[in-house]
Design a protein around this ligand. Structure first.
Ligand SMILES: C[S@@+](CC[C@H](N)C(=O)[O-])C[C@H]1O[C@@H](n2cnc3c(N)ncnc32)[C@H](O)[C@@H]1O
Length: 211
């Protein structure tokens, strides 16, 4: 195996996984799966419900996708991430049927129809420099046609902050929710840098669709 920085981090992570938070393992961003940080996912699910989402697209759902938190009556949920496995299922919650699709890949690899709600937590849509812009442009288009956009960013990560600012300034949506969170006192452990300071934003475009 080639010794890259990423492989080295994975090996170290495997070796010390017992010292990490309760759901950590050899994967990157394990701290995002911890109990304190899952408050972000719970908040996102709350706003999907609060704004009566019928179709939800989550980009970058990682290993804590929105379906683990959202139990509302949406009829369609699509999740895209290179870390997901491909699957199509019908979930039944409280008598409602929901078509749930997981797509393994980058956003720009698929031709995804508009959804009324777009969710992106820990926003960082990148791969190679060339593909980064393609996914981001597609993401922005899908946000433009959505009624609700729920995004969450680490506030000390310039790349994510720039994307959030761009979306807030260029989408026709109004900012409704803007919550600052600081997980520092929760003292979550990981072997990589933990981005404790976070911001969750909900944008709404009332002139879009029925929800
Ligand atoms: C920092 S993690 C955030 C994980 C999770 N949403 C959270 O906040 O706990 C970013 C996720 O975005 C995914 N990702 C990066 N570029 C992407 C792209 N172009 N299309 C879809 N997912 C992407 C990564 O694979 C990763 O799972």
């Amino acid at each position: 195996m080639k010794i890259t920085e990423r492989n080295l981090r994975r090996t170290i992570r495997k070796a010390v996984s017992g010292l990490l938070n309760e759901r950590a393992d050899e994967k990157e961003w394990a701290y995002l799966l911890s109990s304190p940080f899952s408050a972000r996912n719970a908040l996102a699910a709350h706003y999907c419900d609060h704004y009566d989402a019928d179709s939800i697209l989550e980009v970058g759902g990682y290993r804590n996708p929105i379906t683990q938190f959202y139990k509302g009556p949406a009829s369609r949920i699509t999740m895209v991430d290179p870390m997901l496995t491909n699957s199509r299922q019908v979930h039944k919650t409280g008598g409602n049927k929901c078509n749930v699709t997981q797509l393994r890949g980058r956003l720009h690899d698929f031709d995804i129809e508009p959804h009324d709600t777009v969710v992106c937590l820990g926003m960082s849509l990148y791969d190679t420099d060339t593909n980064e812009q393609r996914s981001y442009d597609r993401f922005k288009e899908l946000c433009k046609s959505a009624k609700t956009v729920i995004m969450e960013v680490p506030t000390e990560w310039e790349h994510s902050v720039n994307s959030a600012n761009d979306l807030m300034h260029t989408l026709p949506h109004e900012k409704i929710v803007d919550i600052s969170m600081d997980f520092t006192p929760s003292n979550v452990k990981d072997i990589e840098k933990i981005h404790n300071k976070r911001r969750l934003i909900v944008l709404r475009n009332e002139s879009r669709g029925k929800n």
